[in-house]
Design a protein. Structure first.
Length: 161
C-alpha cells in the first residue's frame, strides 16, 4: 500500500472514523455506508489487536445491504493470511440479508457453526456468485500489442512519500 494511501486510511478511516460518522468524502461529497447497495463480504479475526472483531461486526448496524460476516481464527495477520491447507485454522460465516433483524455479536458467535479450514474457498464462491464473467487482462508488451510496462517491479509508487 503506498504511503499516502496508508496514511489517509489510518487517519480518516481508523483514527477519525470518518466513514461511520458521515465525514468521509469521495470526489468532494460525503458518503455513508448506507449509500452502498451491493452485497458485502466482511472478514474479521478473533484475536485482532488492531480491529477487534466486535467493532468490525458493527457493519451490521451501519449497512443497509446484505452482509456476509466471517470471523476467522487467529490474529490481525495470521487470520487473514489463512490459506487453504494451513493447519489449525477455522472460521464462522453467516449472511444477514437486507431487511433481516440485527443479531448481537455474542449471540451471532454462539449460534454460527464453526468450520475447519480456511475462509478463502467460501470467499472464492462468494466472489463467483456476485461477479460477472471473467475477462482476460489486457496484454502487456509492445504498444502495438497492448499496454507497455510502466517500469520495473515493484514500481515507482513505492518511492513516493
Amino acid at each position: 500500500m503506498p504511503y499516502r494511501m496508508h496514511s489517509e486510511y489510518l487517519r480518516n478511516l481508523f483514527l477519525d472514523n470518518d466513514l461511520t460518522e458521515g465525514r468521509y468524502r469521495v470526489e468532494g461529497r460525503p458518503i455513508a455506508l448506507t449509500d452502498i447497495h451491493v452485497p458485502m463480504f466482511v472478514v474479521s479475526t478473533v484475536k485482532d489487536h488492531v480491529a477487534p472483531w466486535r467493532s468490525v461486526y458493527k457493519i451490521n448496524l451501519l449497512a443497509d445491504t446484505e452482509v456476509t460476516f466471517v470471523l476467522t481464527s487467529g490474529g490481525h495477520n495470521a487470520g487473514i493470511v489463512s490459506e487453504p491447507g494451513h493447519p489449525h485454522r477455522s472460521y464462522q460465516m453467516a449472511m444477514r440479508k437486507e431487511g433481516d433483524m440485527y443479531i448481537d455479536p455474542d449471540t451471532w458467535q454462539a449460534q454460527t457453526p464453526i468450520h475447519e479450514g480456511s475462509w478463502w474457498p467460501p470467499w472464492v464462491g462468494w466472489l463467483a456468485r456476485y461477479s460477472s464473467e471473467q475477462i482476460p487482462p489486457p496484454p502487456l508488451g509492445a504498444p502495438k500489442n497492448g499496454y507497455p510496462p510502466l517500469g520495473d517491479a515493484p514500481g515507482t509508487y513505492v518511492l513516493q512519500a
